[in-house]
Design a protein around this ligand. Structure first.
Ligand code: PLP
Length: 395
């Protein structure tokens, strides 16, 4: 970021989300380099900020959408229907109608939904989501593969899925899997792919046009951590895929990265409002809380925190707490941070993915504003509601 974050905190006030589009572009180009020829469907659930979406549209990305509103937003931003894959869970018939009338391809991960879809739209094209039977991801709540999750058609049900497909004359153009999010080892991503590719054949799916391997590319939330070797991973993917590709005249690889594209572009700037000592622990209270950045509380996730008002100062150990009436409302525990005084601005790093988009107004505190940096120039994209505006929305 060329503009100093502390200046942005002063200019726009805190709490404030800041996203740097140059980082998004760089990450997208990395993916394109690592797996040449693959198509990337940005998992919009990671961050639906319109400027991030537009930036990725301009880069050539497509969209992984999980709700009707995500589909509508993607279309409004300018993605065409054939650049969107709809991977919703527990879809109602009304939702099916809303999406189908916009000609967006469905990715269906349940036999009963497949049957309902077949009844409503016989003869349609469809993508089938299978459970890759690999358990991996940064936290148990984001591991989507394996027997203990609600996701995908289990591989044992392949014949049942084919029977529904044939009963309703559906045309399977895609096969999909998503193993988990923030997958620590690429070997597990490859494992999920292998399991899925084992069922990809013209005998099972004669009309296939793509295989979609979901998301899962991780980032280093600990800044001294070695990132996985995705360049090697790309080579492995291409080797793995080439044998299957030969069986079809044309078969594309899709991925659905969310975190990798958006996490490191963003940060949440907060202000230290209160410093208190409880039984030997120093607690720094801030003007934000877990509804505005839930990952530490929800996933015990680590986000680096720096004191922008005292960069390079000698460090002290802190618990960094939020302003919410909830015992677990912490951004960090026992964290070494350069000495903090009340009024200091803190930066919570890598907050571009699964932070604002998972937010809410619990305790009736409005969500932060969002500022975007494009080529170093800052622009306010989402303005924080005032307390009065929030109340007026309610009553
Ligand atoms: C089906 C699907 N695709 C893609 C993603 C994006 O994953 P990530 O952000 O880890 O790349 C998710 C995340 O939960 C998902 O459920």
């Amino acid at each position: 970021m060329t503009v100093e974050k502390i200046e942005l905190a002063r200019k726009y006030g805190t709490p404030l989300y800041v996203y740097d589009l140059d980082v998004v572009r760089e990450r997208y180009r990395n993916l394109k380099t690592w797996v040449p020829g693959a198509k990337f469907f940005y998992a919009m659930k990671a961050n639906y900020n319109p400027r991030i979406l537009k930036c990725l549209l301009d880069e050539g990305a497509s969209i992984d959408a999980v709700s009707v509103a995500e589909v509508l937003l993607a279309l409004k931003i300018g993605f065409s229907a054939d650049q969107i894959l709809f991977t919703a869970n527990m879809v109602t018939d009304d939702e099916m109608r809303e999406v189908k009338k916009r000609n967006v391809l469905f990715n269906i991960g349940s036999l009963s939904e497949l049957r309902r879809f077949g009844q409503l739209y016989p003869g349609s094209e469809v993508c089938l989501r299978f459970n890759p039977d690999i358990v991996a991801g940064h936290h148990r709540k984001v591991r989507t593969g394996g027997k203990d999750t609600k996701f995908g058609i289990v591989l044992e049900d392949l014949e049942k899925a084919k029977a529904v497909v044939s009963e309703f004359g559906l045309i399977v153009v895609g096969i999909h899997e998503h193993t988990g999010s923030g997958i620590p080892e690429t070997v597990d991503m490859v494992g999920g792919m292998r399991n899925i590719l084992a069922i990809v054949s013209p005998e099972n799916f004669p009309d296939l046009r793509f295989v979609d391997f979901g998301g899962g590319f991780k980032i280093s939330y600990y800044h001294d951590e070695e990132p996985p070797n995705y360049s090697e991973f790309g080579k492995e993917v291409n080797e793995l895929f080439s044998a299957v590709r030969e069986k079809y005249s044309q078969l594309e690889i899709f991925f659905e990265p969310g975190r990798y594209l958006a996490a490191e572009c963003g940060c949440l700037l907060v202000r230290a409002t209160t410093i208190k000592e409880n039984c030997g622990k120093v607690i720094v209270g801030t003007d934000s809380g877990f509804p505005q950045l839930i990952r530490p509380m929800f996933y015990e996730a680590h986000h680096e925190i720096t004191n922008l008002s005292n960069l390079g100062g000698s460090s002290k150990r802190y618990d960094v707490a939020g302003n919410i009436c909830e015992t677990g409302d912490y951004f960090a525990s026992r964290r070494e941070i350069s000495e903090i005084s009340e009024g200091d601005f803190l930066c919570i790093h890598d907050a571009g993915a699964y932070c604002y988009s998972m937010g809410g107004v619990y305790n009736l505190r409005p969500m932060p504003s969002e500022v975007v940096l494009d080529d170093g120039v800052d622009e306010l994209v989402t303005k924080r509601k005032s307390n009065e505006e929030l109340v007026n929305e309610i009553f």
